[in-house]
Design a protein around this ligand. Sequence first.
Ligand SMILES: [Zn+2]
Length: 141
Amino acid sequence: MSDPRLHGFECIPEMLRKFGEHVEWPRFTFELDPAHTLIMKLLRKGKHPGAASLEIKEGGLWLGYVTVAGEFQPTHNASRMPRPVKLLLWNLLQAIRLDPETAFAAHGIRTGTCCACGRTLTNAESVELGIGPICRERIFS
Ligand SMILES: [Zn+2]
């Protein structure tokens, strides 16, 4: 049995799959800090169809997969990141595992952008919810 802390993330590929019913290239984007942006993408083909791929946008640093069964399989890149960034990544993943809707909302409230479509949240309701209404419906309904 691998590390139980790396299990239980099946909501990530599941939400990407749902979002992918509406957009061609589903991805979620989370700013970890001003220099590190986490991107989660749905893998449609290849060795792990339906899994999520995690990477750091800056430099295209690939961090690993989240399988359909919800196991995070980190690459060596993930362990080599600076410790503060690793902590931010880990805290975000835990928050998503516990309550994805709240984690997405918290990100949107903090950054002012929708982590699904990347648009700036403009109307009062979206700003308060931390996610655009269309993306929210597509991912969480
Ligand atoms: Zn959106």
